[in-house]
Design a protein around this ligand. Structure first.
Ligand code: CU
Length: 190
C-alpha cells in the first residue's frame, strides 16, 4: 500500500477509535456521577440510566444492574454545567419518575426510597414544573438527602416548610408529593 493510501485507511480508523474512547470516557464519568448518589452497597449493582440528551430524546442504559435499583447521573437538561443532581431510585420511585416525565399521576402502593447523597442543584418546594427561582416558589438547594414516597401520599404530620430544619414535604398537594429527609447539615435555605 502506498503511504498516501495508508493515510486514507488509518485516519478514519484513528478518528473512529478516538470517538469511541471519548464516548466511553463520557459514559464512565456519567456512571461514576450516578453511583455517587447512593451508598456503594446499592450503587455498585444498580442499573445506570442516562437522561435524554435533548428534549424528546430517549433514555440510555449505560450499564445493566442486578439489584432492582436505578441510578441516574446529573441531568444536563435540568441543571447548569458543573451542577449536580444524581439520584438512586428504588422500584417505587422509578414508577414515580416515569409518571412525572409522562405528566401522569403515579400510584404509590408501598413505601418508596430514593437517595440523593450529593444533594440537588435547586428546586421549587411547591412547583414540580419550575425551572428556576421566582418570587414565592420557595426555590431552595437541598443538601444530601433521602426521599420517601408514602402509600397514598399520606404525609400527615410532616412539615411543608423546607427550612423547618427537619424532614419536609416537597411538592405538597400535587401527585408528586414526597418527603425530603436531610442527612447532613449542608442544606442551603435562601
Ligand atoms: Cu431529591
Amino acid at each position: 500500500m502506498k503511504p498516501t493510501r495508508l493515510v486514507f485507511v488509518l485516519l478514519p480508523l484513528l478518528v473512529g477509535l478516538t470517538l469511541i474512547t471519548l464516548a466511553q470516557g463520557d459514559a464512565n464519568s456519567k456512571i461514576a456521577d450516578a453511583m455517587s448518589a447512593g451508598p456503594a452497597s446499592i450503587a455498585e449493582n444498580a442499573t445506570i440510566i442516562d437522561w435524554p440528551n435533548a428534549e424528546g430524546a430517549e433514555m440510555t442504559v449505560l450499564r445493566e444492574g442486578t439489584n432492582g435499583w436505578v441510578c441516574y447521573p446529573s441531568n444536563p437538561l435540568v441543571v447548569a454545567e458543573g451542577d449536580e443532581d444524581p439520584m438512586c431510585l428504588d422500584e417505587v420511585w422509578q414508577g414515580w419518575i416515569e409518571a412525572l416525565l409522562a405528566g401522569e399521576s403515579p400510584t404509590i402502593e408501598r413505601l418508596g426510597i430514593a437517595y440523593m447523597l450529593r444533594g440537588d442543584a435547586g428546586t421549587s418546594n411547591i412547583d414540580p414544573t419550575a425551572t428556576g427561582p421566582t418570587d414565592g416558589n420557595e426555590w431552595y438547594v437541598a443538601g444530601p438527602h433521602i426521599m420517601l414516597l408514602m402509600p397514598g401520599l399520606n404525609y400527615e404530620g410532616i412539615s411543608t416548610d423546607h427550612a423547618s430544619g427537619g424532614p419536609s414535604v416537597m411538592w405538597p398537594d400535587t401527585p408528586y408529593a414526597h418527603i425530603m429527609v436531610p442527612i447532613s447539615g449542608d442544606e442551603v435555605h435562601p
